[in-house]
Design a protein around this ligand. Structure first.
Ligand code: ATP
Ligand code: MG
Length: 766
């Protein structure tokens, strides 16, 4: 049961306590004219959930009164959805069409009472006569027909003597009611169409307002829950049952707020348009907000029910953040899904000093998951890592593999890059590496400091897989139509690699691919011969991240550089924390293209490409700097971290340096002539004096010290001054390594080449 009782449950509880009903009977009454969506999931959890909580029953009733739009396949999808969500309806699946004969007789009864009449106005006239909210309507001249004439016409309507629209049956209520719904509502209309269940038996069909209350009554429903748009229809609901003197006990209608969700369209009509126009692959396209879509994508029923319960039941319409649904699936999978490794964009790594092969033992579950399970993880000389996990010219705060920075292979060893092999176009094709035999995960005695662990897949035993990276179907909060579709809602990766256990062991249905997200084998397209994985959800809310990043991209990148975190790729990832606040508008078309080009062609990171794509001033400077031969990533860092700050107070024209100087500075960093830290000081000087970076560096003597002969004495001095720490370090306190690095850098005024300091310290400390 809910933590706090909602208003619908409060009503039910009171009605049972007062003896108004002996048992609660609810119903879920979908029209089979489309696949059910997440809004229906809410209605399902309310109707079935309340019946379950109070020991009552819930019916499933197909509201099949419009033969033109309804199909069996939709009815089937509705049944599947209810069952998949974990509910079972009481008795058989019911249909409004089961009651067509009885409904007809109720209509005849109303005519006999003088409470309904056959109207022969055209559709247009009916609308015109109805009046407006401020003006009363006029009653049709046909309302004066006698009971006999009405009975005769209605019978002939049923027999098929008239064409569509020639006559309708209307209730005689009040043409001047302030509630427009009560201005003689339509009860029946003529439709010469084949009905999915009754075939050609009927050519008149009851309207919702007439059929719904009576179907509820016939089935013994006690509480008829519907969405707020039906609030004004409640008066008809009551009028019909009261006029026909049905009950008590009789059902009453209660309205709750429908679910609206941002980045989502929630109307079967609009969803059908997407399907019919081929914008999605079908009703069960994993991007669709349909139950079938979520199911195929890999959502669990629990996550959807939890989401519906979490958003609660309210009397006021509001828009729920889709991030809440994504949160619900992460929450559900986090403690359940085994962690395995997958590489989406494989980069070959040959470990030159490794011979043979071995099988490492690796847990499927992190420490805080109350499940146990291991798999054997094959390891050999050739492996693949994520292309993104190697950077030849790493930006600040890059913690993964670089020519200078070793990295841990998750569950395995630490490796170091020895050589980068490229093709004619300069694209990296292979990394030659070496591993440290004494660095095995769990038994690491190597003392080597790494800042992160990355995923990898053994070349000999891994499986090729197709991976479908799904993102939100719409790119705007309040999508109107196909023009708002997110062009990146599906990215297909063909040559991904998954570790052996994913295919051969299948410890579970859903996986977490470490650092990538949660994944599920596509139930339609996946096979062992051609595995296809759908990304259910990424590990973090990248949409919230994007907007947050934009606000503080500059600050953050700077902070990353100055606060290196100790071991663990997880840490690096987690820093980019999620959170829903502060949304920023998505990139427009042109910005998007620039963003894509910067990401793909120039290799910028998302948080670099994004602000540059948005800010024309920064971009102009950046492009001009590239002309002068700077490496994109380094230049982007300079501009976003340093120049952007200055531009808060100065215009571009007021800066004392231009793109050429920035490019020079970037190149000095890349060539390791100065450290990143010194570069900041150079920049300060540049902006004050307007001197060129090279002359500043020369004048100040800031040239980076990259000569081992110059650094070794400094190291010796530092070690001599700190004998206790040396002992502690040698006894196994590896955290002290950073202390030594810091001391040496300090002693050289920040000028020593940090990479070299690392290497030499490792040697000196033994
Ligand atoms: P749509 O407007 O998406 O086409 P509908 O209301 O026409 O949907 P029905 O098949 O008539 O769809 O709905 C079946 C039940 O589900 C109704 O009781 C309706 O109130 C409820 N329902 C439909 N959409 C939502 C929603 N977004 N949130 C909550 N309940 C909903
Ligand atoms: Mg409807």
């Amino acid at each position: 049961m809910e933590k706090k009782k909602d208003f619908l449950r409060a009503i039910v509880e009171e009605d049972l306590a007062s003896g108004k009903y002996e048992e609660v009977v609810t119903r879920f009454p979908p029209e089979p004219n489309g696949f059910p969506h997440i809004g229906h999931a809410k209605a399902i959890t309310i109707n079935f959930g309340i019946a379950r909580d109070f020991g009552g029953r819930c019916h499933l009733r197909m509201d099949d009164t419009n033969p033109v739009t309804e199909e069996e396949k939709y009815a089937k999808a509705i049944e599947d959805a209810v069952r998949w969500l974990g509910y079972e309806w009481d008795g058989p699946v019911r249909h409004t069409s089961d009651y067509f004969e009885r409904l007809y007789h109720y209509a005849v009864e109303l005519i006999q009472m003088g409470k309904a009449y056959v109207d022969s106005l055209s559709e247009e006239e009916i609308r015109e006569y109805r009046g407006t909210v401020t003006e009363p309507g006029r009653r049709s001249r046909y309302a004066e027909r006698s009971v006999e004439e009405n009975l005769d016409l209605f019978e002939r309507m049923r027999k098929g003597e008239f064409k569509d629209g020639e006559h309708v049956l209307r209730a005689k209520i009040d043409m001047s009611s302030p509630n427009m719904q009560l201005r003689d509502p339509l009860l029946y209309r003529i439709r010469h169409a084949r009905h999915m269940r009754t075939g050609d038996e009927w050519c008149i069909y009851p309207m919702y307002d007439f059929a719904h209350c009576l179907s509820d009554y016939i089935e013994g429903i006690t509480h008829s829950f519907c969405t707020l748009e039906f609030e004004n229809n409640r008066a008809i609901y009551d009028w019909i049952l009261d006029t026909l003197r049905l009950g008590p006990p009789r059902p009453y209608q209660y309205e709750f707020a429908r679910l609206n969700m941002n980045y989502t369209v929630m109307s079967k009509r609009k969803l059908k348009e997407l399907v019919d126009s081929g914008k999605v692959s079908g009703w069960d396209d994993p991007r669709m907000p349909t139950i079938a879509g979520y199911r195929r994508r890999g959502y669990t029923p629990e996550s959807i029910v939890n989401f519906c319960n979490a958003i609660g039941i309210s009397k006021a319409n509001s828009v729920v953040d889709v991030a809440q649904l994504e949160h619900a699936i992460r929450d559900d999978l986090n403690p359940k899904a085994p962690r395995v490794m997958c590489v989406l964009d494989p980069l070959k790594v040959v470990i030159e000093n490794y011979e043979g092969s071995e099988e490492l033992e690796a847990s499927y579950y992190p420490h805080d998951v109350p499940k146990e399970g291991f798999r054997k993880l094959p390891f050999s000389r050739e492996i693949y890592i994520e292309r993104e996990d190697f950077s030849e010219h790493p930006p600040k705060g890059y913690y993964r593999l670089t020519p200078d920075q070793p990295v841990r292979l998750r569950h395995a060893y630490i490796i170091r890059c020895k050589e980068v092999i490229k093709d004619e176009e300069g694209r990296i094709t292979e990394i030659r590496a070496e591993y440290y035999p004494d660095s095995k995960s769990g038994a690491d005695t190597s003392g080597i400091k790494v800042r992160s662990a990355i995923q990898w897949v053994d070349a000999a035993t891994g499986y090729r897989a197709e991976v479908r990276l799904y993102d939100r179907l719409f790119r705007v909060e309040n999508p109107q139509g196909p023009e708002d579709l997110n062009p990146d809602s599906l990215r297909i990766v063909q040559g991904a690699l998954v570790e052996r256990a994913v295919i051969e062991e299948k410890p579970d249905e859903r996986f977490q691919f470490e650092r990538q997200g949660y994944f599920y084998p596509d139930p339609v397209d996946s096979s062992d011969e051609h595995p296809v994985f759908n990304r259910i959800v990424s590990l973090k809310d990248s949409w919230a991240k994007k907007s947050k990043k934009e606000e503080k991209s500059t600050k953050e990148t700077a902070a990353k550089a100055t606060q290196p975190k100790p071991e663990g790729a997880k840490k690096e990832e987690r820093k980019e924390s999620s959170g829903g606040e502060g949304r920023v508008a998505p990139l427009d078309e042109a910005q998007r293209r620039i963003f894509d080009r910067y990401r793909k062609k120039l290799g910028l990171k998302e948080e670099q490409a994004n602000p540059l794509a948005r800010d024309e001033t920064l971009r102009t400077l950046f492009e001009a700097g590239l002309e002068h031969g700077a490496a994109p990533v380094t230049l982007a860092n300079l501009i976003l971290n340093e120049v952007a700050r200055e531009l808060k107070n100065f215009s571009l024209g007021e800066l004392r340096y231009g793109p050429e100087a920035l490019a020079e500075l970037a190149t000095m960093i890349d060539d390791e002539r100065i450290s990143v830290k010194i570069a900041k000081q150079v920049f300060e000087e540049m902006s004050k004096s307007g001197e060129s970076p090279a002359s500043i560096v020369e004048a100040k003597g800031w040239e980076q010290i990259s000569d081992p002969k110059a650094i070794r004495p400094v190291i010796e001095e530092v070690l001599e001054k700190n004998p206790e720490n040396v002992v502690k370090y040698r006894e196994g306190n590896q955290k002290l390594f950073g202390f030594f690095v810091g001391q040496v850098l300090k002693a050289t005024g920040g000028k020593a080449n940090p990479r070299l300091v690392n290497e030499l310290l490792i040697q000196a400390l033994g």
